[in-house]
Write a protein that binds this ligand. Structure first.
Ligand code: ATP
Length: 465
């Protein structure tokens, strides 16, 4: 089934935020939390939408609680709430009936068994409950890569619940190379609260916790936290050595450990009180370092879940899989794509580029034409490293891109490295939605299959037999 040129509704349900709008508009109609407030015992009293939820939180009803819709793998688990959220989006934000326009939604790259169950649930919701005419389900990191005119890329998505690394080769997600860890935005929220727990009253309800993470914790991460450009432990050791060296009288102030410098943050809480909080620079660097070295926050956390290890493992596994199979394994079909300017126009501007001693194969200079057979692991490394896409709102932490470049350069020193990260703050936050919207506008978009209610009936009948 084709849907060329038709306006669609595009909904992206992330674990933290949901973005929805029309495919023929450059910006979405709404960016709302992927959670809702429910007053105890009142099923009908579900409150969706950022401002509605903020107002409800400020009223401070002790019987209200915040519930989530999406689980830690980025998939819905609370289907009733998802239905209510979509109804709210259609009615209040888009102001159309769901039966009027085709719908595009996203799923994260994950294992196929879970996918089929989830797809079935999505069909039920879209066709049976909302009566959507046609539905397309796109794989989020694939849409991001293709919308940036890249049929091969390493997509690093640092979001709220998860940090996901997805290798895409020749328009196909290489499932064996998909790496995930829980060390992302929500983990940082917890660490910020822990850091400041002695200076703040504890959050007593889930509403208060939600309010904090939507307001001051996000500002704190944005303005105070800083990713160190290399391993923080080494930097700290260096600073300590320097400050321990004997200095001439009168010069100590210039050589004192700069990591102990204070940084100030003006904190405004839900009850309107204001307080200036002073934190040492080393604490502002320490928290984001946990994303790279989780074992520093708790020795029980495996170092293999750190971002550097995940990136390295993903690249090496993809190299091994693609070269051994000849074609990438996993879902999707392996067609090579050349995207039109629409996909390119919405693509991100270039972030940092580090050129290295290029000991690379010839096709590496033209990574989008990568052959899908007879390819060596080194060629795969080269293709991925020249197309590193950094996305997800937690990647907006100061210094994140530079650190990723530095870590990849250390691990793959002989390869040319190019990273792409959208420099427009708001666009990075809604990059998945922009990518899905771009995909729906492509006239030659053949990877995206449109499903109708009759397809759903067919799937149901097959399942019964
Ligand atoms: P996921 O990818 O886990 O499904 P998502 O796509 O819904 O999540 P994102 O918008 O990618 O979520 O990331 C949300 C996280 O990014 C939250 O933890 C939020 O606090 C954090 N965040 C938002 N803006 C910034 C910023 N400017 N600096 C640092 N962190 C930020």
């Amino acid at each position: 089934m084709s849907n060329t040129g038709k306006k669609c509704v595009v909904i992206h349900n992330g674990s933290w935020q949901t973005v929805a709008g029309f495919s023929n508009r450059e910006t979405p109609q709404c960016v709302i939390p992927s959670s809702y407030i429910q007053r105890d015992g009142q099923r009908e009293a579900q409150i969706f939408g950022t401002f509605e939820m903020l107002d409800e939180t400020q009223e401070n009803d002790p019987n209200s609680n915040v519930y989530t819709i999406i689980d830690s793998r980025g998939l819905p688990y609370n289907w009733e709430a998802l239905e209510s959220q979509w109804r709210y989006i259609y009615e209040k934000q888009l102001q159309i009936d769901p039966s009027e326009l085709p719908l595009i939604i996203s799923v994260p790259a994950s294992s196929s068994e879970v996918d089929m169950k989830i797809v079935h649930k999505y069909f039920e919701l879209a066709f049976e409950k909302l009566r959507v005419p046609t539905l397309q389900i796109v794989v989020e990191p694939l849409a991001i890569a293709l919308s940036m005119s890249k049929s091969s890329a390493l997509v690093i998505d640092i979001g709220a619940r998860e940090c996901k690394i997805t290798p895409v080769i020749d328009g196909t997600v290489v499932k064996s190379g998909v790496m995930k860890s829980k060390f992302a935005g929500d983990f940082l929220d917890f660490q910020v609260t822990e850091l400041l727990k002695d200076r703040l009253p504890p959050a007593e309800s889930s509403c208060q916790m939600w309010y904090n993470s939507q307001t001051w914790i996000q500002q704190f991460k944005n303005t105070m936290l800083q990713v160190c450009d290399r391993n923080l432990v080494e930097v700290q050791r260096l600073h300590e050595e320097q400050s321990n060296q004997l200095q001439p009288v009168g010069f100590q102030q210039f050589t004192s450990n700069s990591l102990t410098q204070p940084k100030n943050f003006l904190l405004k809480t839900a009850n309107g009180s204001k307080q200036t909080i002073s934190v040492e620079l080393k604490d502002c660097l320490k928290l984001p370092e946990y994303l790279f070295q989780p074992q520093l926050s708790n020795k029980d956390f495996p170092s293999s879940d750190g971002l550097c290890e995940l990136m390295s493992k993903s690249i090496r596994k993809t190299g091994a899989t693609v070269s051994s199979l000849g074609t990438p394994s996993g879902g999707g079909n392996g067609a090579s794509l050349t995207l039109n300017e629409k996909g390119g126009a919405s693509s991100a501007s270039m972030g940092g580029t580090t050129s290295k001693n290029a000991n690379t194969a010839t096709n590496a200079s033209n990574p989008t034409n990568a052959p899908s057979s007879g390819i060596s692991p080194e060629q795969v490394y080269s293709i991925l490293l020249t197309n590193v896409i950094i996305t997800g709102s937690t990647s907006l932490l100061q210094g994140m891109e530079q650190r990723i470049v530095n870590e990849l350069s250390i691990r793959f020193p002989q390869y040319k490295l190019t990273t792409y990260a959208n420099q427009i703050l708001m666009d990075r936050k809604i990059q998945s939605w922009i990518a899905m919207s771009s995909m729906s506008n492509l006239p030659s978009w053949e990877l995206g299959k449109w499903f109708s209610a009759s397809d759903y009936e067919f799937v149901k009948n097959c399942a019964k037999r």
